[in-house]
Every structure is written in C-alpha cells, then in structure tokens.
Design a protein around this ligand. Structure first.
Ligand SMILES: C[S@@+](CC[C@H](N)C(=O)[O-])C[C@H]1O[C@@H](n2cnc3c(N)ncnc32)[C@H](O)[C@@H]1O
Length: 308
C-alpha cells in the first residue's frame, strides 16, 4: 500500500482535458450538476483512463440521482486503481453497492490524510472546534483520577494532538498512523517514544502481550468499519486493568453505516456488544461531540473500556 496514487490527481496529462475537468469541478462547486456531468463526460472522451474524472463523473451523477451511471463510473475507478486511492469503494458503500466493511481501504485513508496533513491542526482545531483528545483526557480524569499511564499506544495518532493532550498523564507514547505525512508531523512534536506509518490492527499485532496500560484512538474509528479485530488486538496488548479509550461517530439506527459525511458511523449498541465480546468491561460511555460539520455538532460518543 502506498499513499501516493499511481497516477497524478492534478493532471491527466492532456491540457484540454485538464481544462474541461477544472470547469467541471467549478460547476460541481456551484451545484450545477448537469453542467458538471457533461464536462466530466467530455474530459473522459479525451482521457478515458484517468481515475479522477471517473470519480468526479460519479459525484455529479449521484447528485443528479443517476445511481446506475455513478455505480458504473465508480466500478471503473476500481478497475483502473484497485488500491482505491480516491475512495470509490466508500461512495459505492454509501449507495449500498458494496459492503460497509470494504468502505475504507488503507490507500484511500492514507491519501486523504497525506493531503490533509499540512493544514490538519489549524483547520480541525480552529475551524471545526475539534476536541476529541481533550474529551478523552477529561473522561480519564473523571473515571481514572490520578492514574499515570506509563505505556500508551496512540492509534491513528495523526499529528500528535492526543499525546499533547495527555501531557504528563502519559509516560512513553507509541503512535501509529496510516498516513506517512501525518506521522512526519507527529515526529516533529518529539512527544512520541516511537512512531510507525501503518495500519492500526497490524501495529497492535506486533505489540507484546499485556504491555500497554492505555490504548487510545481519538476520532479514528470513524475510518474503521469493523471494530472487532481492533478490540481483540487491543485487549491482548493491554495489561490487567488497562484502558481502551476512544471516540466514535454515532447514528440512531443499528450496526455500521457510511454517513453522508463519508465517515463510518457506529451504533453505540454495537460498540458495547463488541466490547463485551472482546472481554472488556464498560467503564464509561458518554455522548461526545468531537467536532462540528458545516457548523453543526457531529453526533458521537466516547468509551472507556477496562481490560480484566
Ligand atoms: C481525524 S484524524 C485524528 C488524528 C488524531 N487521533 C487526533 O486526535 O488528532 C484520524 C487519523 O486516523 C488515521 N487512521 C484512520 N484509519 C486508520 C487505520 N486503520 N490505521 C491507522 N491509522 C488510521 C488517519 O490517517 C488519520 O490521521
């Protein structure tokens, strides 16, 4: 897996096609779906093998209610780029044409956050009022007062905001993230005893049994459809009475869905069920708004699970 797609996302290599594509993009931004659709079709006449134009055509088709056309365009993206750096599977899952379990391929998440890394902190914290790390630390303060966590695993560590929020409550913090560029920013903080670019379940499988006393994931499980493997591995790595702390985005229905915001929403009941299945005790479950989306609070919850 690489975060860099095997094609340029900026240019198709054909100047005229690029111009059509840029006009299509502008039409999408103005919500002129039909004009956008026509422009992406014209783009594809010139560059039929360029995945971004197929994905953009799918977006316009979805907005026009042309689900069949969108589905075909998204399948074409997956044929051209099986690793799926653009997130075609996520859009297919959103319209029920792929299992939610396949909605977040590693290449897509890595590419998304590689792109986001340079402006992540300022955008998320200043504009989206992001506070998942602070909410998790406040919950630890309430439910585990005075406890010092000597060995912490920060799953989906991003730029390091979680390690910063933990401050002196944490000893050695080890981070993992799918996005190499997020990891590079985290490294600059010098708050981590170790950092790895990789997938969180794979990272957990490398950890010794019962070596950690806190495993934490702030705003990460909205990119992880199936929490069972992460819970099972986290439980294996936690020492007795160790804590798994995390936030999720929630929805009022059952199971797991891909929301309109292109993130995974977990039903709290399912999270509870999986936690118990993995052998955890529920220490805390609280409603938690980690950030805003289009100025509105994003429904979510935080959980503290205790290993026996
Ligand atoms: C919204 S950011 C949160 C970052 C950080 N936890 C924080 O609170 O600032 C989500 C991060 O999770 C990472 N991520 C998502 N799915 C992952 C996975 N399966 N394995 C490792 N990292 C993942 C993304 O690359 C991204 O950096």
């Amino acid at each position: 897996m690489t975060a860099t797609p095997p094609f340029s996302t900026r240019s198709s290599g054909d100047m005229i096609a690029d111009r059509r594509y840029a006009y299509g993009d502008a039409a999408l931004a103005e919500q002129d779906w039909q004009a956008a659709f026509d422009l992406f079709e014209q783009t594809l006449e010139l560059v039929p093998h360029w995945p971004p134009a197929h994905l953009a055509l799918a977006r316009a088709a979805l907005a026009l209610g042309e689900e069949e056309t969108a589905r075909a365009a998204l399948e074409r993206v997956l044929t051209l780029d099986p690793a799926d750096h653009l997130g075609a599977a996520m859009l297919l899952a959103q319209i029920g044409s792929k299992p939610v379990a396949e909605a977040m391929p590693a290449a897509y998440v890595a590419a998304l956050f590689d792109d986001y890394a340079p402006r992540f902190d300022s955008h998320l914290v200043n504009q989206l009022a992001y506070r998942a790390p602070e909410l998790l630390v406040a919950a630890l303060d309430r439910h585990q007062p005075e406890r010092h966590f000597a060995h912490v695993l920060d799953l989906g560590c991003g730029t390091g905001l979680m390690a910063r929020a933990l401050g002196s409550r944490a000893g050695l913090v080890f981070g993992v993230d799918l996005s190499p560029r997020m990891v590079a920013v985290a490294a600059e903080t010098r708050l981590y005893a170790g950092l790895q670019a990789g997938e969180l379940v794979a990272f957990l499988t490398q950890q010794p049994v019962a070596g950690a006393d806190l495993t934490i994931a702030a705003d990460v499980f909205c990119y992880v459809p199936d929490l069972a493997p992460a819970f099972a591995e986290a439980r294996r790595c936690l020492a007795p009475s160790g804590i798994l702390a995390f936030t999720v985005q929630t929805h009022p229905g059952e199971g797991v869905v891909v929301g309109e915001d292109c993130r995974i929403h977990h039903a709290p009941g399912l999270v509870r069920h999986l936690a118990v299945e993995a052998g955890f005790t529920l220490l805390a479950e609280e409603e938690a708004v980690s950030r805003l989306d289009a100025g509105k609070p994003v429904p979510g919850a935080l959980f503290l699970l205790a290993a026996p």
